[in-house]
Design a binder for this molecule. Structure first.
Ligand SMILES: NC(=O)c1ccc[n+]([C@@H]2O[C@H](COP(=O)([O-])OP(=O)(O)OC[C@H]3O[C@@H](n4cnc5c(N)ncnc54)[C@H](OP(=O)(O)O)[C@@H]3O)[C@@H](O)[C@H]2O)c1
Length: 330
């Protein structure tokens, strides 16, 4: 497959939300690799005909950002390097893309064979940009930001609610003398406990019963609470009540499943940082950090053009590839 055939559609979650049925339609007929994260859905396919067919069965695609050829590769590279993320330079997205590829390529198809070489190059280039342009950027994982927000360990244990993908990346960063894990599905909390203790055998880390009562009891004695679950209209008032009734006040709630606009329950709760506030804090970036991110974006564009030369030397001379370079490197 030549790079010129690569087609990418980008749905930013804030602008175009896709339902599960639409997501299935996007990847239908084994015509596309669909990568869904909490901030965006990226649909990659081969050839304009396949792209047109996806747009026909998924009307929302007409409003998606579309890239092809070197521009599409550069977009995928920025995406994998965390340069498209609101937390610019974050590292978790690369794990999500690798996991998505592992699942997609586990069922062999013509498309996975066509993509394979390009995906391996994408992963190699991502590692090179991270090592070359993004090293020393300062830690930009959700976990490191949460640790910074919580500051010095407070009295009382830290309660982590949730045991999904995000909780797994955040838990090892929670620098507390005691960590309590609560999750709706206890097996996942036990898995998370094993992960935490593999990283730090001395960490006191307990899994709570999955009942609502056990969760609320932990809220009423916690020093800090970190939530990695979506808001829950039926449970949130109880959580806030238990937090506010603690005999010893202080501490902080960091709710990574919550955006300001999505829940009235949490409005006005003191010492709460939601995802929107976390992104706002990060927007205040140092000049050095911005310059480093700009260099990394440029490196993504340059690598895309170099890869397009490797893939098809004649095509690389074409006007649209040069124009793509001008667009993406500016
Ligand atoms: N992944 C990221 O990079 C990222 C970044 C920023 C924000 N977020 C947000 O963080 C939250 C968790 O994301 P994730 O990536 O960890 O998702 P995930 O891997 O699917 O895990 C979801 C977590 O939320 C729990 N959960 C879901 N619905 C629930 C409900 N109705 N009641 C109780 N628990 C429920 C799940 O419990 P079970 O184990 O019982 O299913 C699990 O612990 C989401 O709101 C997401 O938008 C994620």
């Amino acid at each position: 497959m030549k790079m010129a055939e690569l087609q990418v559609l980008h749905f930013e979650a804030a602008a175009i939300a896709l339902s599960p049925a639409e997501l299935a339609a996007a990847g239908g007929l084994q015509q596309a690799w669909v990568i869904a994260t909490c901030q965006r859905v990226v649909v990659a396919t081969v050839g304009r005909e396949a792209r047109t067919q996806i747009i026909e069965r998924l009307p929302a695609a007409a409003r998606a950002q579309a890239f092809s050829g070197a521009e599409a590769y550069a977009f995928l590279l920025r995406f994998a390097c965390g340069l498209e993320s609101r937390l610019a330079g974050e590292t978790e997205v690369f794990g999500q893309i690798k996991e998505s590829w592992r699942t997609f390529s586990a069922a062999p198809s013509l498309l996975s064979r066509q993509f394979n070489g390009w995906v391996q190059r994408l992963f190699k280039d991502t590692k090179e940009v991270r090592a070359g342009q993004l090293s020393g950027l300062g830690s930009t994982s959700y976990g490191s930001q949460v640790r910074r927000l919580l500051g010095a360990p407070t009295q009382g244990p830290t309660l982590l609610v949730g045991a999904g993908e995000l909780a797994q990346t955040v838990a090892p960063w929670l620098d507390t003398h005691e960590l309590l894990l609560w999750n709706r599905t206890p097996e996942r909390a036990l898995e998370l406990q094993r992960l935490v203790q593999r990283r730090n055998a001395n960490r006191v880390c307990s899994v709570l019963e999955s009942s609502e009562q056990a969760e609320l009891a932990a809220w009423s004695m916690a020093g800090h609470v970190v939530l990695c679950v979506p808001p829950d209209a039926a449970r949130d008032a109880g959580r806030i009540g238990a937090w506010q009734s603690r005999p010893r006040q202080g501490g902080r709630i960091v709710h990574l499943g919550l955006c300001q606009s999505t829940s009235a329950h949490w409005a006005g709760v003191p010492a709460l940082t939601d995802l929107t506030a976390l992104f706002d804090m990060l927007r205040v970036q140092s000049d050095q950090r911005s310059a480093q991110l700009a260099r990394a974006r440029r490196a993504c564009a340059e690598k895309a053009v170099l890869r397009s030369v490797g893939s098809d030397a004649a095509a690389a001379q074409r006007w649209e590839d040069l124009a793509a370079f001008a667009t993406i490197s500016s």
